[in-house]
Design a protein around this ligand. Structure first.
Ligand code: SF4
Length: 439
């Protein structure tokens, strides 16, 4: 029985795909092992957004060869689609597969017999038109379920459409099948994942379904306690979807909505499909219906043309907005994007300073959001995340909670009252025995 090990870089989508590919191997009789358990085959799933993707990839290949010098090393993922030739020159790599090939790798690399030359099987990205469904099964608590892939938008800074192709989705019928399968396991929370999830519903180039109908349909499946929407573009987050989440049995009050800039001038340069007024309106709609809802925001600092004044517009906009935390990205140049050709390059030192300012603002926002919720009662899903004798979990509205360790509570949903914020910035709950109710 051949042993296979996996290494994943990047986003939730990559994790869900690695997980599905690993199950394909197991179904074919391969034994899945840890990276350091002398595998015969290594599958490295790469990311193009990660800083120094090339260096990271080289390092992992080197490590793999140290562990099993005669192993077969295969590289897949976004970086493999973008730079297949470059990767094929890394010493120790046996095969590079692109986006259209990665789900067929077992049949394409028949037997994983080593050859003199590195095999490069990466079609043009236009050929990646098939949707391959995937969900992660690494942890008992939650799974990342891929419902959509690719993107038809062309934001000036982004290489994802080049690495993942056009927007395409699974059918609601198939997703229901996956959700029912997940409902048979111990998993309590399903995170809906995609590149541009609000654009859900395109099959073979045609719009066939709508995101709102998908969430309505899966909300009815018994056996899943929680659904979380990973991230959704503000212009695609409809009133209907917000209203539905506010009354849903299972969708949690948590939205992650990319803003990228609070300056309309920069938003236009980025090629984003909304202005700050629309964003403000989305936040206010959410908060009116769900005052306790958590709202996370992606923001990029240092995009070309972002003057001090325009950055301050973003800072002040976010400062005023009723949001809960930020994911701050420092703009970095990517080959083959429109942004690299733009004037007004912001020096790296300034980009880093702006990033620091927004990270501090994020902590302030998070603390304020936590404080607003102290004394209230929520449901926590406890995880196998233990630190200093405390266990951790998240409330439905994404507040990180710490409680006295009790192994029985792992992967359980419990009702707790939020007590105080500790020195690590996590919320302590009242002693479990005083507050927990059985689920
Ligand atoms: S919406 Fe824009 S940033 Fe998001 S994946 Fe598509 S092109 Fe990239």
């Amino acid at each position: 029985m051949k042993k296979v090990a996996f290494y994943t870089l990047g986003c939730k989508l990559n994790y869900s795909e690695t997980s599905t590919i690993s199950r394909m191997f197991e179904n074919k009789g391969y034994q899945k092992v840890e990276f350091d358990e002398t595998p015969d085959i290594f599958i490295i799933n790469t990311c193009s957004v990660t800083e120094n993707a090339d260096k990271k990839c080289k390092k992992i290949v080197k490590e793999a060869k140290k562990i099993s010098p005669n192993s077969y090393v295969t590289i897949i993922g976004c970086y493999a689609q973008l730079k297949p030739q470059e990767i094929s020159e890394i010493k120790g790599v046996d095969a590079v597969l692109g986006a259209a090939e990665k789900f067929r790798l077992i049949e394409l690399l028949d037997g994983f017999a080593k050859e003199q030359e590195t095999k490069v099987l990466a079609s043009e990205i236009q050929d990646a038109i098939v949707f391959n469904n995937a969900f992660s099964m690494h942890d008992r608590t939650r799974t990342f379920l891929k419902v959509q892939d690719g993107c038809n938008y062309g934001c000036a800074f982004c290489t994802i459409p080049l690495a993942r192709g056009k927007s395409r989705s699974d059918s609601t019928e198939n997703i229901l099948k996956s959700v029912r399968e997940i409902a048979q396991t111990d998993v309590k929370e399903v995170v809906l994942t995609g590149v541009n999830i609000g654009d859900f519903g395109i099959q073979e180039g045609k719009r066939e379904e709508r995101f709102i109908d998908l969430i309505r349909a899966i909300d009815e499946v018994e056996g899943i306690d929680r659904y979380r929407i990973s991230s959704i573009e503000p212009n695609l987050l409809t009133n209907e979807a917000i209203e539905f989440v506010s009354t849903s049995k299972r969708f949690v009050p948590h939205f992650h909505v990319p803003l990228q800039s609070g300056s309309n001038e920069i938003l236009r340069k980025m090629g984003r499909r909304y202005l700050r007024e629309l964003y403000e309106d989305r936040v206010s709609k959410i908060k009116t219906l769900m005052p306790h809802c958590c709202i996370g925001v992606d923001v990029i600092v240092g995009f070309p043309g972002e003057t001090d004044e325009l950055f301050l517009e973003t800072y002040n906009f976010l400062n005023e907005l009723d949001i809960s935390y930020l994911h701050v990205f420092t703009y970095s140049e990517r080959a083959n994007t429109r942004a690299v050709e733009m004037n007004g390059v912001v020096p790296m030192k300034i980009r880093n300073e702006r990033s620091k300012m927004l990270r501090i603002l994020s902590e302030k926002k998070r603390r304020k959001f936590y404080e607003e919720n102290l004394g209230k009662t929520f449901t926590v899903l406890f995880e196998e995340d233990i630190e200093d004798g405390k266990m951790h979990g998240f409330t439905e509205n994404y507040i990180r909670v710490a409680a006295k360790y009790d192994p029985i509570l792992i992967n359980e949903l419990k009702t707790v009252t939020l007590n105080e914020i500790n020195e690590r910035g996590t919320v302590e709950v009242l002693e479990p025995e005083q507050t927990y109710e059985s689920h």
